[in-house]
Every structure is written in structure tokens, then in C-alpha cells.
Design a protein around this ligand. Structure first.
Ligand code: SN0
Length: 315
């Protein structure tokens, strides 16, 4: 593998999940693979899990990670061609990306959706420009459109926790005070489309994700109906796609409660974190034995590690 920009960059999801589960048993087995290799992690947005687990994954492979909070400490970058740069942007991505590539062998980037400019967000301007000008492998640590490291960790967690051969997995929207990106939900949907599962998406009207991503996945507007027989309930808030970046519903009836979870098939609760307690999910649910959010976060290390391993093996 050269770049990891979307879950579809994996040649085989099922095999990759199995390889990650093996790696988890012996995380230091390939500690020489990344010797003398450097990875730059660039953060244009906040992070806890992604930042620490990706560093940890790189270190497990013997790599040297360099981390930069680009959003707070980097120069403001210009991405358009041919502009007169006499305003607030100090450096063009052409130089920035090429310079960064002098210092490292792989670059990993977090750059959330603006949620104001749909066209630019869908064009993945930051990620694609780095890919174009850095000339080294690029890893997506949550872009405008996707969060494939999270989706791979979710696939590992589903595999480890599934009881039925073909589980019912529900992706449920939940309320949130802020407008959040679609990336986590998008990549979860793309990942589920590669799985042998009964997959249902539930959200209020007006919260349809990009139809180019959901394709023919089942959408059920009745959350109660969607939860019937669910083995896994994956919860995430996102803002409206149609009314791009807007919060069009804050109905607290969509929060995940103990009563809703009791009506599932002893369903496991999943969330990528960070999560707003008692807005998105009731304490009773996230604190229950059926909550596997910490396992999901733990699997972020092995998701990043298998991805970096595949890139290193290809260098
Ligand atoms: C991000 C998102 O894409 O939804 C990152 C998730 C991995 N989440 C947030 O920005 C939550 C912020 C908040 O204030 O709750």
C-alpha cells in the first residue's frame, strides 16, 4: 500500500483485520521494520486517541515520530494556485509539503471538514494537495470526508466482539450541541459495506449522509425499529449534509438510553470518542458492561500499526 486515504485503499479488509489481531498479540514483532524511518504527524485539529495511538504504532514498528500541531503553530497555508498571497496565508502548500517531505518518510495528516464550504470539503483539498506535492506516502488521520483509521479500529473491534456470524449493526445518529463532521460516520458506512452484516443507519429526517457514500445501505428513520435485534449500536453525531454543516435537530429523544439498549439483542455500545455524556449517551449505557468504547480506542494502535506496516513494506 502506498497511501491510506480511505478504507478502500486496503486490498482486503477481512485479511487486514486478522493481521491486526495477530499484531495485537505481539506488537513488537516488527520493531526493526521502521528503523531509520521517520513519520511526521500534522494536526490541523485537536486529537487525543489519534495522536497518541499513531505515535505508539510508529514506535512499535521502530519508527521515529515527529508531531506538529500545525493548526495552532504552523503557518497558515494557501492551497489555491496562482493567488497573490498578500493576505493572511503565509506559505503555499507546494513548499510546505515538499519541505515536510525532506524530514520524513511518511506524512500523516488530520484536517477536519470546514463544514462551511461543501465543495472544498468534498474535494479533500488539504489531503490531496499534500499527496500531490509531498511525493511520499500520506496517511489520513481524519480528513474532511473520512476517518479510515477509526473505521479499521472499529472493524477490528466488531470482529473481536461478534457472537453471530452475521451480526446486526446499527449506526445511530444522536444529538449534539455543535455541528460535527461526517467523516467518522462516512468511513464507518464504507467499512460496513465491505462486511457480511445486517447493517442499518438510523437518523432523523434531514440527516441523510452523502448518498454517494451510503449508496444502497438501509436507512430506517424509526430509531426504535432500527434497534430491534441489534448486536452492535454504533453511535455518532453529524451535522446535516443537505443543509451543509447545519444543526437542524437537537431532539434529546435520540439520545442513547438504557431502555433503548435493553430492547436490542444484548447489543454492544460503540462510539469513537470523545463523547458528550448525557447528551449523546446516558451514563448508564457508557458505564455498562456492554460498552466497548475503550476497546475501540485501544484498537486504534493496531489499526494504525497495520496500516504503517503495509506502507513500510511497500517502500
Ligand atoms: C470529531 C468528529 O469528527 O466528530 C472527532 C471524532 C474523532 N469530534 C468532535 O469534534 C467532538 C467535539 C466536541 O466538542 O464534542
Amino acid at each position: 500500500m502506498n497511501h491510506y486515504l480511505s478504507i478502500n485503499d486496503l486490498d482486503n479488509l477481512q485479511n487486514t483485520v486478522q493481521e491486526a489481531i495477530e499484531l495485537k498479540k505481539q506488537p513488537l514483532k516488527f520493531e526493526s521494520l521502521g528503523k531509520d524511518k521517520t513519520i511526521c504527524l500534522l494536526f490541523f485539529n485537536n486529537s487525543l486517541r489519534t495522536r497518541l495511538s499513531t505515535q505508539k504504532a510508529a514506535q512499535n514498528l521502530g519508527m521515529n515520530p515527529i508531531v506538529m500541531n500545525f493548526g495552532a503553530e504552523g503557518w497558515q497555508l494557501e492551497y489555491e494556485d496562482g493567488v497573490i498571497m498578500n493576505e493572511n496565508k503565509s506559505e503555499h502548500v507546494k513548499e510546505a509539503a515538499e519541505v515536510i517531505a525532506q524530514y520524513c518518510d511518511i506524512v500523516a495528516i488530520r484536517a477536519f471538514a470546514s463544514l462551511t464550504d461543501k465543495e472544498k470539503d468534498l474535494a479533500e483539498v488539504v489531503l490531496n494537495n499534500f499527496e500531490k506535492y509531498a511525493g511520499i506516502p500520506v496517511v489520513n488521520m481524519e480528513s474532511a470526508v473520512g476517518h479510515p483509521l477509526q473505521a479499521l479500529a472499529d472493524a477490528i473491534t466488531l470482529e473481536e466482539n461478534k457472537v453471530n456470524h452475521k451480526p446486526k449493526v446499527v449506526l445511530s445518529w444522536a444529538p449534539h450541541p455543535k455541528a460535527l463532521p461526517h467523516a467518522v460516520a462516512n468511513s464507518f458506512v464504507e467499512m460496513m459495506q465491505l462486511q457480511d452484516a445486517d447493517f442499518v443507519i438510523t437518523h432523523p429526517e434531514g440527516y441523510e449522509l452523502d448518498p454517494e457514500i451510503t449508496k444502497d445501505s438501509t436507512i430506517e428513520y424509526d430509531q426504535k425499529k432500527a434497534f430491534e435485534n441489534a448486536d452492535f449500536v454504533y453511535v455518532k453525531n453529524w451535522s446535516s449534509f443537505k443543509e451543509y454543516g447545519k444543526v437542524v435537530n437537537t431532539d434529546s429523544n435520540w439520545m442513547i438510553t438504557g431502555d433503548k439498549m435493553r430492547a436490542t439483542n444484548n447489543g454492544k455500545f460503540m462510539h469513537c470518542l470523545p463523547v458528550r455524556r448525557n447528551v449523546v449517551v446516558a451514563d448508564e449505557v457508557i458505564d455498562s458492561e456492554n460498552s466497548i468504547v475503550i476497546e475501540q480506542a485501544n484498537n486504534r494502535t493496531y489499526s494504525a500499526q497495520i496500516v504503517l506496516k503495509k506502507i513500510l513494506e511497500n517502500m
